[in-house]
Write a protein that binds this ligand. Structure first.
Ligand code: ATP
Ligand code: MG
Length: 487
């Protein structure tokens, strides 16, 4: 790896491209493609995005489609969402769309225009950096608008300096994201060389890469996401600083990191994203405990588990099925949880207590990297706990397990563990697969015929004393679970 980086730096030094990051002061290649020179048609644009564009136009404002919507349509892909940019300030956007519109964000003030469950995000053109200030002076509330602020490290704390399109184009992250579809004449404007980069399949930061990464370290993981999603190369000037600047991710708020992690791994190309994040040393800042396990365990098993989980996530997305953040976190943190649980078992905790405690510890230790909202924490714990209940399906336990709201996710996760090499679980997985094909009566009969090898003979119910204290099982051995004891 150090040799590889040395060569990359050398190439970077020798490469004339290094001097050619697009910037407002450098040579620019402004191009306007008229309607007949590009393939973006209104029929491909979401109806509500068009409503917003036309609404702003009717109110006398400039309005453009920008970002992924234009980029993906030019590439013949289906855009994930449509972003709008205008010269109307957020309050003016609110005046146009009235109660359909909410203003959000302090750091980057935006308007959200709501159509039922769909939201169209409307940004106001950002201005140039003249108005930047270093944020060590006290600020009154009145200064929220019309300011840009960076901290001592160059991190952008706030960017609410408004301007025109000719300034906004340089505030975008990558050239391919800085293409503007004008609703007035249906032309596409390109100031930063984005059209050429789309043709060449290149992800290129606008401006000086180090400054832009310091302003917002999330741009490093966005570069990786777009490269994986579009199958593009990250050009050397944009790529090389990432190796050194990766630790800046530590300073990004953990709530924003959670959102970014979902975008990364629910992109439909999660496996490639994972490989690239590891290559750049970025993964360690998203899942530090997982990275540590990957680094320590040379036999590749945990790595297989993460990859199998991501493959299954990609597959679900390809087939238009829903994906659950809890499943992703359960998979990413499974190995750290198992390791912690083992440790707690050797310290003498009972199995179910060890599972509880390990789950809480591992999720707590994950928090500084990415906050996980409370509702997902509960679901991750359920998926983990069910892993210890699924092998014990005899009799009426099966019905209780199958009616658990997280059964399906837990069953899928069991399947991922089998695919990743946990051969000993294959029989259990197959059992549940068959169980789900049966109707209610058949399920009861099927569960009752099971006699697991080595399972304890059931004592007649009348002899059981529920108040009698059970002896501690030997470390590492499960006590037979009673329903819900691990929930
Ligand atoms: P997709 O929606 O497919 O993930 P996108 O490019 O539309 O990709 P969004 O997060 O929706 O990404 O952002 C919309 C646009 O806003 C981007 O294309 C880019 O122009 C700009 N943008 C987003 N995040 C940043 C950032 N961190 N720095 C600079 N510009 C950004
Ligand atoms: Mg978008």
């Amino acid at each position: 790896m150090p040799m590889q980086r040395f060569i990359q730096r050398l190439v970077k030094k020798l490469s004339p491209k290094r001097l050619s990051q697009p910037s407002p002061s450098g040579p620019t290649s402004k191009q306007i493609l008229s309607r007949d020179q590009h393939g973006v048609s209104r029929s491909q644009i979401d109806k509500h995005a068009l409503d917003v564009l036309y609404g702003l136009k009717r109110a006398g404002y400039e309005a453009y489609l920008v970002g992924g919507g234009v980029r993906d349509l030019l590439l013949g892909l289906e855009p994930k969402d449509f972003d709008v940019v205008t010269n109307a300030e957020p309050e003016a956007v609110k005046a146009v769309f009235k109660n359909k519109c909410r203003l959000i964000g302090r750091r980057f003030r935006l308007a959200h225009v709501r159509f039922g469950r769909q939201i169209i995000e409307v940004a106001t053109f950002r201005g140039d950096s003249e108005a930047s200030e270093v944020a060590d002076k006290p600020k009154g509330r009145g200064r929220l608008n019309h300011t840009r602020a960076v901290d001592g490290q160059g991190r952008l704390l706030r960017d609410n300096v408004y301007g025109g399109m000719d300034e906004d184009v340089w505030r975008r992250d990558f050239t391919v994201n800085s293409l503007y579809y004008n609703i007035r004449d249906f032309s596409v404007a390109d100031y930063t060389g984005g059209l050429d980069d789309i043709k060449a399949g290149v992800i290129r930061l606008i401006g000086d890469p180090e400054t832009r990464y310091r302003e917002d370290p999330v741009r490093m993981i966005r570069a990786v996401r777009f490269a994986a999603k579009l199958g593009f190369e990250i050009e050397p000037g944009t790529r090389d600083p990432i190796y050194d600047l990766a630790p800046l991710l530590k300073d990004v708020s953990h709530a924003r990191m959670f959102e970014e992690v979902l975008k990364l791994f629910h992109s439909g190309v999660a496996v490639q994203v994972f490989e690239k994040l590891r290559h750049f040393g970025l993964f360690a800042y998203l899942f530090p405990q997982t990275e540590q396990m990957l680094a320590e365990q040379a036999d590749g098993f945990p790595r297989m588990l993460v990859i199998e989980a991501l493959k299954s996530t990609d597959d679900r997305i390809r087939h238009g099925k829903g994906v659950n953040p809890a499943f992703l976190f359960a998979a990413m943190l499974w190995e750290p949880m198992v390791a912690r649980r083992e440790q707690l078992l050797t310290e003498g905790l009972k199995p179910q207590d060890a599972t509880f405690a390990a789950a809480s510890d591992v999720l707590e230790w994950q928090r500084p990297a990415t906050a996980v909202p409370r509702r997902f924490i509960g679901q991750v714990k359920d998926i983990w706990n069910l892993q210890y209940r699924l092998p014990r399906y005899q009799g009426d336990k099966a019905q209780k397990i199958v009616s658990h709201p997280r059964f399906r996710a837990a069953y899928d996760f069991l399947g991922v563990r089998v695919s990743a090499g946990a051969e000993e679980l294959k029989e259990v997985f197959d059992w549940w697969t068959h169980y789900q094909t049966l109707d209610g009566v058949e399920q009861v009969a099927y569960a009752n015929q099971v006699k697991k090898p080595g399972s304890r003979r059931r004592r007649p119910r009348r002899n059981r004393n529920p108040y009698r204290k059970r002896a501690n099982p030997a470390p590492g051995k499960e006590s037979p679970a009673t329903p819900n004891e691990q929930d």
